[in-house]
Structure formats: C-alpha cells, structure tokens
Design a protein around this ligand. Structure first.
Ligand code: PGA
Length: 250
C-alpha cells in the first residue's frame, strides 16, 4: 500500500497577512508541482482568504486551524465548516493539543467538530497525543487509543476513509525534543491497528498518519523512513519557507 505523504504547516497564532503572503510566495517559488507530496498550510483565520488568493492555481492546499460544529448562529468568535469552504479551505485541523490544553477542547468536542467537517466535505486532520507524565507512567497508548476511539465515535466507514490523523506527543511540541523514529512508529502502528479494528484493514491501510512535534529538515527523513509515518504536521519549522521546503522535500 503506498500512501501519498502529506506535509502540513500549522502556523498557529503567527504572521500578519503580508508576512503570510511572503511565506506562501516563497513556498510556491520553491515547489515545481512534481513533488509526490501533498503540501498544506494552515494560516490564522485572518489570513485564510488572502492566502487562498495567493495559492490559487498552485499545488498547495489551504487548511484552517479549527472550526465550530454548528452551521451558523449566536456563537461569537467561531467559524463554521461552510465559512471555511467559502474562503478556500480543503482541510481543517481538529483537536490540536493547544486547543485541548488552553481552550477546553475534549474528545467530545473533537468528535462534534470532526462530524461537522466531514459532513461539509472538509478533510479533517485529527490530532492526538499524550503529555509527558502520561508517557512516563506508561499510559501513552491508553491515552492516544482513547482519544481516537472517542474522537471517531459514530464516524462512518466512508467518512473514516477521508481522515488524516496526526500523532503529536505533547512533550515534543515546540520543545525541540522530537520523538525518535521508533517512538513515532510504535504509536503510528498502534493507531493503524486500532483503525483496522474499528473499521477494516482497507481503511487502515489507506489512512495517512502524520507525526508532529519538533519536526525539522534534519530529522524528517528518519521519521519518514518508518513504514507507518506518512507525513508531518509542522509548527515552528513551517514559518520559514526554507525550512518547510526542506521538510516537504525530505
Ligand atoms: P512544532 O509544532 O513543530 O513547533 O513542535 C507542531 C504542532 O504543534 O503541530
């Protein structure tokens, strides 16, 4: 089974519109479209529409960093799936650890967002991962497996086929402490096994599982060499064209 790698840059709360435009222009200049990789950028909400215009006609796809599950209404500060599609998004990140840590995101809200994204035709990138104490106490798989079971609860087989899952150990995010390729592979293989159990082997074999957490141009190759690592969700190193291109061209 060959899975097309997917490299996504999560810009988090960084960059004004002009800076974001300069970055994607740099990415466009560095890619010739022959890369056998899906390339995705996730700017802030404020930059989505202007960046969609700069990306138009390029091979780079647009993602949002979150969405709300309701279609419209009195939800101050939120955006719906239809709004994200309207400004050109193809993907949406759901359940990032910073959403879970700082904004009260739970597996239940992840599940609601996931279903809303799928119903609207957005491709979800669902983030899971353990914190350091959970790893130290040997509970990594309990935590990650639970996040997947609950996050995907009630998601149909045909929808599961569209998913991307990002395994992001929280202790590796923004710390410079990347998981070893073997640590990533171990959990990725378990995630694939669980998806086979929840759906079937065909869905599991097609599922793209990204690793995230301090991915850099100089450590991406070792991660991508592992059979169950299908891409990366990149924070810090996605904010400079040179380093993100180094990851895309691993
Ligand atoms: P990082 O962030 O690459 O800066 O560690 C990864 C992420 O949060 O997706």
């Amino acid at each position: 089974m060959t899975r097309r790698p997917i490299m996504a840059g999560n810009w988090k709360m960084n960059m004004l519109v002009a800076e974001a435009e300069a970055l994607v222009n740099g990415l466009k200049a560095g890619l010739d479209g022959t890369e056998e990789v899906d390339v995705v950028v996730a700017p802030t909400y404020a930059s989505l529409y202007p960046i969609a215009k700069v990306l138009s006609g390029s091979s780079i796809d647009l993602a949002a960093q979150n969405l709300h599950w309701e279609a419209s209404g009195a939800y101050t500060g939120e955006l719906s799936a239809a709004m994200l599609l309207d400004v050109g998004c193809k993907y949406v990140i759901i359940g990032h650890s910073e959403r879970r840590q700082f904004f009260g995101e739970t597996d239940e809200t992840v599940n609601k967002r996931l279903k809303a994204a799928l119903a609207a035709g957005l491709i979800p990138i669902v983030c899971v991962g353990e914190v350091l104490e959970e790893r130290k106490s040997g509970r990594t798989w309990d935590v990650v497996g639970g996040q997947i079971r609950e996050g995907l609860d009630g998601v149909s087989r045909s929808d599961a086929e569209k998913l991307v899952i990002a395994y992001e150990p929280v202790w590796a995010i923004g710390t410079g402490e990347v998981a070893t390729p073997d640590q990533a592979q171990e959990i990725h293989a378990q995630i694939r096994g669980l998806v086979a159990e929840l759906y079937d082997q065909g869905i599991a074999d097609g599922l793209r599982i990204q690793y995230g957490g301090s991915v850099k141009p100089d450590n991406v190759r070792g991660l991508m060499d592992k059979p169950d690592v299908d891409g990366a969700l990149v924070g810090g190193a996605s904010l400079k064209a040179e380093s993100f291109l180094g990851i895309v061209k691993f």
